[in-house]
Write a protein that binds this ligand. Structure first.
Ligand code: HEM
Length: 393
C-alpha cells in the first residue's frame, strides 16, 4: 500500500499543480479579455502590475529637478508616455509637505476639495491608490496591516483605511493628507457639437497647491473653459487636447512638466502668478493688491512698474509641476495629477552644470515661441530683468 502511495503521490501532486495553473491562467486570461474590451493596452493588467521600489527611502531622496527648460517656449501638449508605476514621485520633502497640505486643507476646505456627484470615480481612485498602487510601489512607506487590510503610513505613523469613507470629500481629503500630489478627476459630461465626441469636465478634485487659479471656479467646467486664461489655448491646443482626452486608453499613462517663476513662496495660490490684459494678476476673483491698484486707477503699465519694484529675489521661486494623466478602468474617469516642486533661486545657481544659464535663456525665450503673449501671461514682464540678472551674477 505504502509503495503504491509513494508511486501515485507525485502524479497526484503534479496533476493538482497543473490543474491549479490551468485554473489560474484561465481566470487571468479572462480578466485580460475583459480588460482588453475596455481598451487595456497590454496582456498583463497594468493597474496591478506595479513595479515596486523595495529599497526606497524617502528621507534620503532629494527632489528631482523637474523644470523643462527650452530656449524658446512653445505652447504644446509635450506629453511623454510613462509606465503607470511612475505615477507618483516622492522625495525628502514628503512629511513637511503632508503637514503643509493638511494645514491648507483645514484653512481652505472648499477651495482645496470639491466633488460633483461622481462618487464611483472617487471611490475607484481611492481604492486603487490605497489598496494597490501605494503599497506595491512604495512598500517601505505604505504597509498593509496584518488584520483588515488597512495601510500603515510608516512616515506619519497613521493608519489609512483601505475602504473609502462614505463621504467622497472625506475620501479626497485622506488622499490629500497622505500623498504629496494633487488629483483632479474628469468625466465626459458633454459632447462636442461638431463630431459628437465626448468632452471632459472637471468633476472632483483635491488640489492643495493651485498655482494662481481657483480650482473651485473650474468645477464642472469643460477643458476649454478651464484653460480659458491660457493665451493661445484655443488656437494651438484645444482640438488636440479634446481628441487626446477622448481617446487615451486604459493602462496608458502620460506625463508633462511645466515651469513658472513666482515672486512669492506660497504653495496655495488662487491668484497672483499670472498677468492679464488689465494688469490684474487674478483671473477668477479680485486680488487684494489689485483692489489697491484699481482704487488708485492705475494703468496697466503703472501696475507692472509697481509689481516690478516689489520683486524681491529671496522670495522668488522657480516652480514646476510634474503632471500625469491616466484613465481609471471601471468608471473610465480621467485622473489628472500633479506634484509641485519649488526651488529657491540661490539653490538653482548651486545646481551647477549650466542650469542657471539654461533657466535664464528659457526665461528670455518665453516671448519668442508660437505664443509670444506667454511672456506677459507668466509675468515675465514683471520679474524677468531682475531674475535673469541675478541668475547670471
Ligand atoms: C494632458 C493634459 C493637459 C495639458 C497638455 C495641459 C496643458 C496646459 C498648458 C500648455 C498650459 C499653459 C501653461 C503650462 O505650460 O503649463 C496649461 C495651463 C493650465 N492648465 Fe492645463 N493641461 C492639461 C490638463 C489640465 C487639466 C486636467 C486641468 C484642470 C482640470 C488643467 C488646468 C490648467 C490650468 C488651471 C492652467 C492655468 C495655469 C497656468 O498656466 O500655469 N490642465 N495647461
Amino acid at each position: 500500500m505504502e509503495s503504491i502511495l509513494l508511486f501515485v503521490l507525485p502524479f497526484v501532486s503534479l496533476a493538482a499543480f497543473l490543474g491549479w495553473r490551468y485554473i489560474t491562467s484561465q481566470s487571468r486570461s479572462s480578466k485580460q479579455h475583459d480588460s482588453n474590451e475596455k481598451g487595456v493596452l497590454d496582456e498583463i493588467d497594468p493597474y496591478q502590475d506595479i513595479e515596486p521600489l523595495p529599497d526606497f527611502d524617502w528621507k534620503t531622496t532629494p527632489p528631482i529637478k523637474n523644470a523643462p527648460l527650452k530656449p524658446v517656449y512653445h505652447l504644446t501638449m509635450a506629453l511623454e508616455n510613462i509606465p503607470l508605476s511612475s505615477l507618483i514621485d516622492m522625495d525628502n520633502t514628503y512629511l513637511t509637505r503632508l503637514h503643509t497640505r493638511r494645514e491648507i486643507m483645514t484653512t481652505h476646505p472648499t477651495a482645496t476639495i470639491a466633488c460633483t456627484p461622481c462618487v464611483p470615480a472617487v471611490n475607484e481612485l481611492y481604492t486603487w491608490l490605497i489598496k494597490t498602487y501605494l503599497p506595491k510601489r512604495f512598500p517601505t512607506i505604505y504597509i498593509p496591516t496584518p488584520t483588515g487590510g488597512d495601510i500603515l503610513n510608516t512616515a506619519s505613523s497613521e493608519i489609512i483605511p483601505s475602504v473609502p469613507p462614505p463621504d467622497p470629500t472625506q475620501a479626497l481629503k485622506v488622499l490629500g493628507s497622505h500623498i504629496d500630489t494633487d488629483f483632479l478627476l474628469l468625466l465626459p459630461s458633454s459632447q462636442s457639437a461638431k463630431d459628437g465626441s465626448p468632452i471632459y469636465h472637471l468633476e472632483a478634485f483635491v488640489t492643495c497647491f493651485p498655482s494662481g487659479f481657483s480650482t473651485r471656479a473650474k468645477l464642472s467646467c469643460p477643458l476649454a473653459e478651464i484653460h480659458a486664461p491660457v493665451p493661445g489655448y484655443t488656437a494651438k491646443l484645444e482640438k488636440s487636447m479634446d481628441r487626446f482626452f477622448a481617446r487615451i486608453e486604459c493602462g496608458r499613462c502620460v506625463k508633462r512638466s511645466n515651469w513658472s517663476l513666482t515672486t512669492n513662496d506660497l504653495l496655495f495660490s488662487e491668484g497672483g502668478n499670472h498677468l492679464y490684459e488689465n494688469g490684474s494678476t487674478d483671473y477668477d476673483a479680485p486680488h487684494p493688491n489689485d483692489n489697491d491698484d484699481a482704487k488708485q486707477n492705475l494703468s496697466t503699465e503703472e501696475q507692472i512698474l509697481r509689481q516690478k519694484a516689489s520683486v524681491h529675489i529671496p522670495s522668488c521661486r522657480l516652480r514646476s509641476e510634474r503632471q500625469t494623466l491616466f484613465r481609471l478602468p471601471q468608471t473610465q474617469a480621467l485622473v489628472f495629477a500633479f506634484k509641485t516642486y519649488q526651488y529657491r533661486l540661490e539653490e538653482v545657481k548651486e545646481f551647477g552644470d549650466g542650469y542657471a544659464e539654461r533657466l535664464a535663456e528659457a526665461m528670455e525665450g518665453l516671448g519668442k515661441g508660437n505664443v509670444p503673449e506667454m511672456e506677459f501671461y507668466k509675468r515675465g514682464v514683471v520679474w524677468r530683468e531682475r531674475v535673469v540678472e541675478f541668475l547670471r551674477s
